[in-house]
Design a protein. Structure first.
Length: 292
């Protein structure tokens, strides 16, 4: 076997020269059974597998996200206290309903005199039932569900397991002094694996907002922009079956997860990776040949 033929093979001690070369499927099986000695080795192997076409870029990103979750803590992904939407326990039902509708969330911490006094979690559906029920509760205190309190240092993989076992979807994060540091939801954890999860209330992620023109003639494009929307905006003809998003398309064409600053030209479009991390692309700078 020549050096070129074996450059992608993982080193193996005392390998017999007549031993047949392992398939990529065999190597994935070996990887999952513990052959790589570090997580970095495993990630590198998965990237080689993706470059060889065995798995797609979206699958690779999810695998990398699942591996990375074990190194992250709640503090890395939580919604900080200043951005929490918390409700006062003595609020009037109609005032609370307005806050619920404006926020678009489904679960809310409820506090007493200050936000460090978390009394429980209110579900929007419970509040709605309380508002419309005949002889309903006099205050939201009667509608509260127990709040789960966790430290900032808790590992995300442990939290995800606890969420699944308890069927809770939200936890209140407590700092080292016992005060409220923020909150974390099961969606926050899952987004580290599968990427951004949009819902009907994510107004900032509307399709029209995914592509913005810059003063220098370039465009800032959200990497999650569907290929179909990119084609419609720029009269392009990228294959919508190759990838769902423009970021996924670039990853497939480059053959690996691009890094910030990396550039690629596709037809009349020049792409530059504006923001990316070890798990996913976030935004791109795009120039179109012929535009001024």
């Amino acid at each position: 076997m020549s050096e070129d033929d074996s450059r992608h093979e993982a080193p193996a001690p005392e390998r017999h020269p007549d031993k047949p070369r392992r398939s990529w499927l065999d190597r994935i099986g070996a990887a999952l059974s513990g052959e790589p000695t570090t997580r970095e080795d495993l990630v590198e192997l998965l990237r080689d597998v993706q470059a060889d076409g065995l798995i797609g870029p979206d699958t690779l990103r999810m695998m990398e996200g699942a591996i990375a979750v074990a190194d992250l803590t709640v503090a890395d992904v939580m919604v900080p206290r200043a951005q929490m939407v918390a409700l006062p326990v003595d609020g009037r039902f109609l005032d609370l309903m307005r806050q619920v509708v404006e926020s678009g969330h489904s679960r809310f911490p409820v506090h007493g005199e200050d936000k460090d006094e978390i009394l429980g979690i209110l579900l929007a559906k419970d509040l709605l039932r309380g508002v419309v029920a005949d002889n309903g509760p006099g205050s939201i205190r009667e509608l509260l569900r127990p709040a789960v309190l966790i430290p900032e240092s808790k590992k995300l993989d442990v939290l995800l397991r606890e969420f699944r076992q308890s069927r809770n979807h939200m936890a209140i994060v407590i700092d080292e002094y016992g005060g409220v540091a923020g909150l974390v939801t099961i969606e926050d954890v899952l987004e580290q694996i599968v990427g951004e999860i949009d819902d009907e209330h994510d107004d900032g992620e509307e399709e029209a907002a995914r592509i913005a023109a810059r003063a220098d003639g370039a465009y800032v494009v959200d990497a999650l922009t569907p290929v179909a929307d990119f084609n419609a905006r720029f009269h392009a003809d990228f294959d919508e079956d190759e990838a769902d998003t423009i970021g996924g398309l670039l990853t497939a064409r480059i053959g690996h997860l691009p890094e910030t600053g990396e550039e690629i030209a596709l037809g009349r479009f020049r792409f530059r990776i504006a923001d990316a991390d070890a798990r996913r692309l976030r935004s791109l700078h795009v120039r179109v040949d012929g535009d001024r």
